[in-house]
Design a protein around this ligand. Structure first.
Ligand code: FES
Ligand code: FES
Length: 202
């Protein structure tokens, strides 16, 4: 017994209609690519060269007005020790020192850092490779687990002591509250900061 195969074409979609639709999609994709290229050309026309001192060396970066400092450090200079967590000023993973003050580099536009002195985690060890005391204290106190938040925690911890906000554990917790740790290493981070504070005082 012969049977007619079922018609699996979508009702109302002819081959001509399908091809016409495809070319419309291709044409709008082409327009999107063209618009992206035009935007790129416009952006690079706006690029500015910014001079900064990063970890003791003069560096120049060519950035757009919208480029954040964490992007310039990571993408232009390859300093990927500075991490991006939330990218909106809430986690502290991107903390660096700018003219001695801790800042969230995800909220700082690179163009505002012209002439600034910047320190990232890569600049903490001395030229012989000896770790900064805060790095040593973090290691000795197991103050990290996955380590993702650690560069930001260490820069913030150094500033916390410099600012005079490490008199006791409660004050340290308060002034380190902008640096989140999803692994929950907080008690060990406080212990590391107390250790460095005591070394400096002793
Ligand atoms: S990445 Fe900058 S504060 Fe979270
Ligand atoms: S050590 Fe994992 S997020 Fe802090």
């Amino acid at each position: 017994m012969s049977s007619t195969p079922p018609d699996i074409r979508q009702p109302g979609v002819s081959r001509r209609g399908f091809l016409k639709g495809s070319s419309a999609v291709a044409s709008s994709l082409g327009m999107a690519v063209g618009a992206a290229k035009a935007q790129e050309a416009e952006a690079s026309a706006d690029a500015r060269t910014i001079e900064m001192t990063v970890n003791g060396k003069t560096r120049h970066v060519s950035v757009e007005p919208r480029t954040t400092l964490v992007e310039a450090l990571r993408d232009n200079l390859g300093l990927t020790g500075t991490k991006i967590g939330c990218n909106q000023g809430q986690c502290g993973a991107c903390t660096i020192l700018l003219d001695g003050a801790r800042v969230n580099s995800c909220l700082t536009l690179t163009v505002t850092a012209e002439g600034a002195e910047i320190v990232t985690v890569e600049g903490l060890a001395d030229p012989t490779g000896d770790l900064h005391p805060m790095q040593t204290a973090f290691a000795e106190n197991d103050a990290f687990q996955c380590g993702y938040c650690t560069p930001g925690q260490i820069l913030s911890a150094i500033a916390c002591i410099e600012e005079g906000h490490a008199s006791d554990a409660a004050e340290i917790r308060e002034y380190m509250s902008g640096n989140l740790c999803r692994c929950g290493a907080y008690p060990n981070i406080v212990a590391a900061i107390e250790q460095v504070r005591d070394q400096q005082e002793g």
